[in-house]
Design a protein around this ligand. Structure first.
Ligand code: SF4
Ligand code: SF4
Length: 432
């Protein structure tokens, strides 16, 4: 069945002959490889075997990283929560990537800037590594955990919406970046995979500044695509053994999927993650932006899936975040679409503080790009009038003190949208 979205997205692709510009393809192949390998649990030998197989299928470690070079391994550290929370990339997966790179003769620096509510300082970094279970990764020679909290500005004149970025220092002293992401749903971007993970190379409080500059999903998505084109990671690995569903990237629930993925392209990998998690890539703003820019095909025809077959369809699709509204996937652009889009914004969820849980730590106030949060008397308060619904505070609150709720009018409207099939949609995926 023809997907109506093809009429909405003005991508430059041809219906028969794919000629998408593949910025992350390195070997001139017609299609971008994405390897999918089953891995049931975080048992170190099992994970290492699966990782080795995935990277071999995706082109072999030689095609991504030169022996003897310096590699920045970028996990999803977020705010250093224990592995069982499924917030951070599991340390066993990160460890397997480091082992593979070291066996390839590389030296490794593990580096990430946690969420902006967390201070980007050596002391704070050391604490996040410990909490995430990464401490032991530096016990062997050849791998260091970055404690350098400096950053530098880099110009990117080719950017579509963002032409300069502050990036953390280890980026400038590395020959390659290897992204090791965690498969999660996300209250702002619907999916947090390889492409979104690169945002962690932006240091501390520069993140809310970018949220403030790029407030809509499309603008933020274009900024993420610009950032990936600038950074050009050499290899992507995704930990989808236990993913996160619901109100990710912090407050969702662990969900066992049982896969590791590898690819040279963050966009292609995220397209396959969408299929695994039963998400429509056109509902993921940064993937939609990449499709519009002709960087990836909307129907997956430029992806070569290797390894284990994708499950035919998930019997139980991952739970989407409560913020999910199907703005684009199933409706043609008509006045009705525009009206629903506007109404959808009106019924967007609002961050609400549960004062009994709030410790007054002020991480949320630090990160808020709209300066909508104040903390007094040991409790946070949010000005909904100022709030731009970026949900960074929800992401950052490790106490679970910020919930996302709709107003009464918003809830009623949302139910109408659900009844019309415009919220929590049940659409198929182009790679099905
Ligand atoms: S809501 Fe309270 S506990 Fe949560 S980040 Fe803000 S100040 Fe800290
Ligand atoms: S209060 Fe609003 S603008 Fe501020 S971080 Fe939370 S969601 Fe974003």
């Amino acid at each position: 069945m023809k997907r109506r979205i093809l009429a909405v997205v003005e991508h430059p692709g041809d219906a028969e002959e794919p000629h998408f510009r593949h910025p992350f393809r390195q070997d001139g192949r017609a299609r971008v490889p994405v390897a999918l390998v089953r891995c049931a649990e975080y048992q170190p030998d099992q994970v290492f075997r699966a990782l080795n197989e995935a990277i071999t299928l995706a082109g072999g470690i030689d095609s991504f990283v030169t022996p003897g070079t310096r590699v920045l391994v970028k996990p999803n550290l977020l705010q250093g929560l224990p592995p069982e929370r499924a917030v951070c990339t599991h340390p066993v997966v990160v460890g397997a990537v480091i082992r593979l790179l070291k066996e390839h003769g590389c030296t490794v620096t593990l580096a990430d800037s946690p969420g902006a509510g967390i201070r980007y300082t050596p002391t704070s970094l050391a604490r996040q590594y410990e909490r995430a279970g990464y401490e032991g990764l530096a016990l062997d020679p050849g791998c260091v955990l970055n404690l350098d909290a400096d950053s530098r500005l880099v110009k990117y004149p080719e950017g579509k919406v963002c032409r300069e970025f502050f990036l953390i220092s280890p980026f400038f002293s590395s020959d390659h970046v290897v992204v090791v992401s965690k498969a999660k749903t996300h209250v702002l971007t619907l999916l947090s995979g390889a492409t979104k993970n690169v945002f962690g190379l932006v240091p501390g409080l520069e993140k809310p500044l970018l949220h403030s500059r790029f407030q809509t999903g499309e603008r933020f998505g274009d900024m993420l695509v610009d950032l990936n084109l600038l950074v050009r990671p050499s290899l992507q690995v995704a930990d989808a053994i236990v993913a996160m569903e619901g109100d990710g990237p912090t407050s969702g629930s662990p969900r066992h999927l049982g896969f590791l993925l590898a690819s040279p392209s963050p966009l292609a990998l995220d397209m396959v993650l969408c299929r695994l998690m039963s998400l429509d890539p056109l509902d993921v703003p940064y993937l939609k932006c990449a499709i519009v820019r002709g960087l990836i095909a909307p129907d997956g025809r430029d992806i070569e899936l290797l390894g284990d077959p994708l499950p035919p369809s998930m019997e139980h699709p991952v739970r989407k975040p409560g913020t999910y509204i199907n703005h684009s996937g199933s409706m043609p652009v008509t006045p009705l679409f525009r009206a629903v889009h506007t109404l959808g914004s009106l019924c967007a969820m609002r961050p609400i503080v549960t004062h009994q849980k709030c410790t007054g730590c002020a991480k949320c106030a630090t990160i808020c790009p709209a300066r909508a949060i104040t903390v007094s008397g040991g409790r946070a308060r949010i000005s909904l009038h100022r709030c731009i619904r970026c949900y960074c505070c929800h992401e950052m609150c490790s106490e679970g003190a910020i919930s996302l709720e709709r107003s009464l009018a918003g809830s009623l409207l949302y139910r109408v949208m659900q009844a019309c099939g415009w919220a929590q949609g049940k659409k198929g995926h182009p790679l099905s």
